[in-house]
Write a protein that binds this ligand. Structure first.
Ligand code: FMN
Length: 158
C-alpha cells in the first residue's frame, strides 16, 4: 500500500502537522511519502492507494492558490478507490475556520473514499498529537477493511 501526504505551508504550522502525521504512519512501518505541493505532480494521484491532503486557509476561508491544481485534479479524476483524508491548520479568529479543509472535504467526499478530516488551531500542541494519531488510525482502518491483501491485522492500533 502506497501512501502520500501532500501539503502546503507558508509559516510552518501545516508543515509541522504534516510531519506529525508522517511520523504516525511511519510508526506502523508503512510505505509513506511526504511532499510539499511544489514537489508533487497532481497527475500522480492515482499511483497511491491513500492520499492525505494538508492545507492552510487563505483569504476568506479559501484554498491557497498553490493547492488548487490538486483540488481540480481530484475533482477531474474521481476515483473512489483512492482513500483520502484532509487536514489543515487555521485561525479561529477568522469566520471560516479552516475553510480550505471544508472545501477539500466536500469535494473528496464525492470524488474519493474520504475517511477523515483534522483541523488544528495554528501550531499543533500536545493535545493535537493524539488527534493526529486517531486521524491516521481511522484512515488505516478503512484501508484495512477495503484491501484484504494489506495485512493490517498485524497492526496493534495505539
Ligand atoms: C491573509 C490571511 C487570511 C487567512 N484566512 C483564514 C481563514 O479564512 N480561515 C482560517 O481558519 N485561517 C485563516 N488564516 C490563518 C492561516 O490559515 C493560519 O495561520 C495557518 O496556520 C497558516 O498555516 P501555515 O503556517 O502552514 O502557513 C489566514 C491567514 C492570513 C495571513
Amino acid at each position: 500500500m502506497k501512501i502520500a501526504i501532500v501539503y502546503s505551508s507558508v509559516t510552518g504550522n501545516t508543515k509541522e502537522l504534516a510531519e506529525v502525521i508522517y511520523r504516525n504512519f511511519l510508526g506502523y512501518s508503512l510505505d509513506v511519502m511526504i511532499y510539499r505541493i511544489e514537489d508533487f505532480s497532481p497527475a500522480y494521484i492515482d499511483r497511491f492507494d491513500v492520499v492525505v491532503v494538508g492545507t492552510y486557509t487563505w483569504g476568506d476561508g479559501e484554498i491557497p492558490k498553490e493547492m488548487r491544481k490538486l483540488y481540480y485534479a481530484f475533482e477531474k479524476l474521481g476515483n473512489k478507490k483512492i482513500i483520502s483524508g484532509v487536514f489543515g491548520t487555521g485561525d479561529s479568529f477568522y469566520p471560516k475556520y479552516c475553510g480550505a479543509v471544508d472545501l477539500f472535504r466536500d469535494m473528496l467526499y464525492v470524488r474519493t473514499n474520504l475517511t477523515a478530516t483534522l483541523k488544528v488551531e495554528l501550531l499543533p500542541q500536545i493535545q493535537d498529537l493524539q488527534r493526529s494519531q486517531m486521524f491516521v488510525d481511522s484512515i488505516l482502518k478503512r484501508a484495512d477493511k477495503l484491501n484484504n491483501s494489506f495485512k493490517m491485522k498485524d497492526i496493534q492500533y495505539k
